[in-house]
Ligand binder design. Structure first.
Ligand SMILES: C[S@@+](CC[C@H](N)C(=O)[O-])C[C@H]1O[C@@H](n2cnc3c(N)ncnc32)[C@H](O)[C@@H]1O
Length: 321
């Protein structure tokens, strides 16, 4: 249960796998917690409560709307709080380089309900809005530029790679054709172009026909995979021995990066088995808390359908020898 002041309103983000995150991070009084994806502060408020009045919460978000939620939390939290606005792929390496250390770090990837549900942000294929999709509205690159200016073959690549879209080629071609006549301005125009480009039966198949292209554009606009790849080593560096890292991902591309990272850093010596002694010197840097990712249960998905694709992976940093 969230503390009363932070109960989400109808449009606020509901934290996913909240109790599982709390159990994995096992925050204790006096510790330093970093929530690198603060959003509406749902997870952060629970983790701050677990500090029981002593410790520190560092919040990060690239979206300036997080500030309102942060101020609400900071007013009631009985611990030190600080909000850093920026990309966690930049901020975490800076903190690590400056010697900031933490006992628990959370990354709850992707977009928040506030971003998805505000039509003017252009994240949703469900409502007609300006093409945008920037988590940080001060960033230059937006979906408008990607859709209107990126070469057709680059669109094809991102639709395939980030959207795993079967009709990537047809959609990229249809976008290129339409923008020669008239540039795109709104999400509705893009949705119509996607629908017209794919075979009729596919329009009624696996979810909304524009779902995968919108995911691909969002990942490209916000360089989501690049940020994650930069953040994970920095988060591990920041953790004190015995510190915990938890990452919630929402699609297989993110989850693959997290899984690979944890696996690689969990592995010790990589010398060939016939070497008499280790010459690589590689030591395990962490231990995964669970062998398999944690998925939300039926009750959580029924209450919050956005949780359905969530996967939580968590690890403990190795003690120094
Ligand atoms: C799924 S929401 C987090 C919700 C939060 N855990 C809660 O309970 O309210 C993801 C948040 O992370 C932010 N975000 C996503 N990628 C980011 C990045 N690379 N750097 C900083 N913030 C990011 C988004 O702006 C969004 O507010």
């Amino acid at each position: 249960m969230l503390p009363n002041v932070l109960q989400p309103t109808a449009t606020d983000h509901v934290p996913v796998l909240a109790e599982e995150v709390r159990a994995s991070l096992a925050v204790a009084p006096g510790e330093t917690v970093v929530d690198a994806t603060f959003g509406a502060g749902g997870h952060a408020s629970l983790l701050a409560a677990d500090l029981h009045g002593s410790g520190k919460l560092i919040a990060i978000d690239r979206d300036p709307t997080a500030r309102t939620y942060f101020e609400r939390l900071a007013k009631h939290a009985q611990v030190n709080t600080r909000l850093l606005r920026g990309d966690f792929g930049v901020v975490l390496p800076q903190l690590a380089a400056n010697g900031v250390r933490a006992d628990a770090i959370l990354l709850d990837l992707g977009v928040s309900s506030m971003q998805l549900d505000r039509p003017e942000r252009g994240f949703s294929y469900a409502t007609d809005a300006p093409l945008d999709m920037r988590m940080d509205p001060t960033q230059e690159l937006s979906a408008l530029e990607v859709v209107n200016e990126w070469p057709e073959r680059e669109l094809l690549t991102i639709f395939r790679r980030y959207g795993e879209e079967r009709y990537a080629k047809q959609i990229a071609r249809a976008i290129a054709r339409r923008r020669r006549e008239q540039l795109f301005e709104r999400t509705g125009e893009l949705v119509d172009t996607i629908k017209a480009a794919i075979p009729a039966p596919a329009r009624f198949g696996d979810g909304h026909p524009a779902k995968r292209v919108f995911q691909a554009l969002r990942i490209a606009v916000n360089d989501e995979l690049g940020s994650l790849e930069a953040a994970l080593p920095a988060a591990l560096e920041m953790l004190r021995p015995g510190g915990r890292l938890a990452v919630i991902s929402f699609h297989s591309l993110e989850d693959r990066i997290v899984k690979q990272f944890l696996r690689d850093r969990e592995r010790g010596c990589t010398c060939p088995p016939d070497f008499p002694v280790c010459v690589c010197g590689k030591k395990p840097e962490l231990r995964a808390i669970q062998r398999r990712p944690i998925r939300p249960g039926e009750a959580e998905v029924a209450a919050n359908p956005r949780a359905s694709s969530a996967r939580l992976r968590a690890a403990v940093k190795a003690e120094e020898e």
